[in-house]
Design a protein around this ligand. Structure first.
Ligand SMILES: [Zn+2]
Length: 282
């Protein structure tokens, strides 16, 4: 089985500038590497049988010093394992530079997606260049939904923003990160309404791991089996252990009975762990 982690932040401790973010990232049980994030990530992938991981680019509000060039170097060091996603800052850099940065990442470096974006007003006109370029080049854009890092805005992290975005751009492939936790039901509603919205399961074990079987069963019940993606949110969650958690996952019988939930099939798990991502990425 091919397992793909669509949500990995290739950061090391010295890159994290905002002390509030550092405190939050350190809750992940000591996963934040001192340096050489790529090596740590590969080791965690190997431990969990994960074939490939999407390394996400910088976000102007994430309080780190990560650059797209650093992501490119990590991808180039293990191109059969890593897939690059380009970080963008259209408000700070303007439309022309943003488009050029995306072009370079896709054409020269072979990057296959955009993100993680979010924590600011994604409906502002400045962001349209990002969505237009994504649609032109058929790139998925991974959007943070749910409680963000302390340096980011909660107001702009609500799933209803995605509904607006998906209404405007029906051809834009959107990955809603963290299933929008804690707004999980609202985020599922957005995905039910919009066939171009995918969900990633990143960070859920760090938020409340008991929710995971319920979330997957609800996705199955709502007809979303082809649009759920495995993601860890490294360094918040250990990718290797999380992949194993999903392999072993069952909805406890009492919960299934109480909430009238369906079983989680092996076929659905295979879609979540890799098949859906393989279809989405080139
Ligand atoms: Zn996020």
């Amino acid at each position: 089985m091919t397992i793909i982690d669509v949500h990995v932040h290739p950061i090391a401790r010295p890159m994290v500038q905002d002390p509030r973010n550092l405190r939050l990232l350190e809750q992940g049980g000591g996963l934040l590497p001192e340096d050489a994030a790529g090596q740590t990530i590969l080791a965690r992938m190997d431990a969990g049988g994960i074939s490939r991981a999407c390394l996400l680019g910088p976000n102007p509000r994430d309080g780190t010093t990560l650059t797209n060039e650093q992501v490119h170097r990590m991808v180039a060091s293990a191109p059969e394992r890593f897939i690059g996603f380009v970080g963008v800052d259209p408000v700070g850099q303007g439309a022309d530079r943003t488009r050029a940065e995306m072009e370079r990442a896709v054409v020269e470096w072979g990057f296959q997606g955009v993100g993680e974006i979010g924590g600011e007003d994604l409906l502002a006109p400045a962001w349209e260049v990002v969505y237009a370029t994504c649609m032109e080049k058929q790139l998925p854009v991974l959007v943070h939904v749910g409680i963000p890092l302390p340096s980011m805005s909660l107001r702009h992290s609500h799933p209803f923003l995605l509904d607006e975005l998906a209404n405007r751009h029906r051809e834009l492939t959107i990955i809603a990160a963290h299933v929008g936790a804690p707004w999980i039901i609202e985020t599922l509603a957005v995905a039910v309404r919009h066939p171009n919205v995918y969900l990633d399961l990143s960070a859920l074990p760090a938020i409340r791991k008991e929710l995971l079987p319920v979330v997957l069963a609800l996705c199955s019940e709502q007809g979303l089996e082809d649009r759920v993606l495995f993601g860890s949110d490294f360094p918040v969650v250990d990718p290797g252990r999380y992949a194993q958690t999903i392999r072993d996952l069952r909805v406890p019988a009492a919960l299934r009975w109480a909430l009238r939930l369906p079983k989680i099939s092996a076929a659905f798990k295979a879609k979540v762990l890799g098949e859906n991502a393989m279809r989405l990425l080139r």
